[in-house]
Design a binder for this molecule. Structure first.
Ligand SMILES: [Zn+2]
Length: 246
């Protein structure tokens, strides 16, 4: 008799624990879906500027911004390890920053496909690729999408639903200094772009990119990067890496 009561108690405890666990899972799933539906920014930096990028790590952390670094390298470096440790993503941008539309099949393989294995052997799963100079064509898209989940182009701003990324190719808006006459002009343009997300459905993302962080034409100054981070924070926009959207 006593044994039966003990058994019943035991079953009740197990059932209770299961119920709690299921509730936690359900809540986690709901929060996860909600987070994934938050409008946001897909920010990336191209080429390879480990010093200026490392200098910006703290600024990005301050705003909880995770970004993607599209590196031009033949193999991963210490910078890649640190970026991943901090929650950022390493994407790929060819070995030698070549014009992909001018490459032969074997050059396309050497520049964009073979490195996937080299990186994998050192613990990096490259699943996103950015075209140098934004140069691409449909044939390349078809070829590279056999190896990458997402391909990133350049120049244009298009507010996109995150689901569109599953089609594989997304253009991206250039934040480089050369496009803006002053910090004020930059500030105004960014504010207008981010405001335009107000009229979009949940789950819309704006893809943007630059290169090194600094004062050159094809860079973004740390001041302008902070303007972007502040304006995004004001509007409760999330920062996503490419992998997070796949
Ligand atoms: Zn580039």
């Amino acid at each position: 008799m006593k044994k039966k009561i003990l058994n019943k108690k035991f079953i009740c405890i197990i059932a209770g624990l299961l119920a709690v666990a299921m509730a936690i899972f359900a809540l986690y799933g709901y929060r996860r879906r909600e987070q994934r539906n938050q409008k946001g920014i897909l920010l990336s930096f191209d080429d390879y500027s480990p010093d200026s990028w490392s200098d910006a790590f703290e600024l990005l952390d301050e705003y909880g911004a995770k970004v993607t670094f599209f590196v031009t390298l033949s193999e991963p470096t210490d910078f890649c390890a640190e970026a991943v440790r901090r929650g950022h993503e390493i994407g790929f941008h060819t070995v030698q920053h070549v014009k992909m539309t001018e490459m032969s099949d074997s050059e396309v393989y050497e520049q964009a496909i073979a490195p996937i294995k080299t990186f994998r052997e050192q613990g990096y799963e490259l699943s996103t690729f950015a075209y140098p100079y934004g140069l691409y064509n449909e044939e390349l898209n078809v070829e590279l999408l056999q190896y990458y989940d997402t391909l990133r182009g350049a120049y244009n701003y298009v507010g996109r639903y995150k689901e569109d990324l599953h089609n594989g190719f997304i253009e991206s808006y250039s934040l480089d200094n050369v496009h803006f006459e002053s910090d004020e002009a930059f500030h105004q343009q960014i504010s207008e772009m981010l405001d335009s997300l107000n009229n979009c459905n949940d789950g819309t993302i704006a893809a943007m990119y630059s290169h090194a962080i600094g004062g050159g034409d094809w860079c973004i100054t740390a001041e302008r990067l902070e303007i972007l981070l502040q304006e995004a924070q004001k509007r409760n926009l999330a920062f996503y890496t490419f992998k997070e959207l796949q």
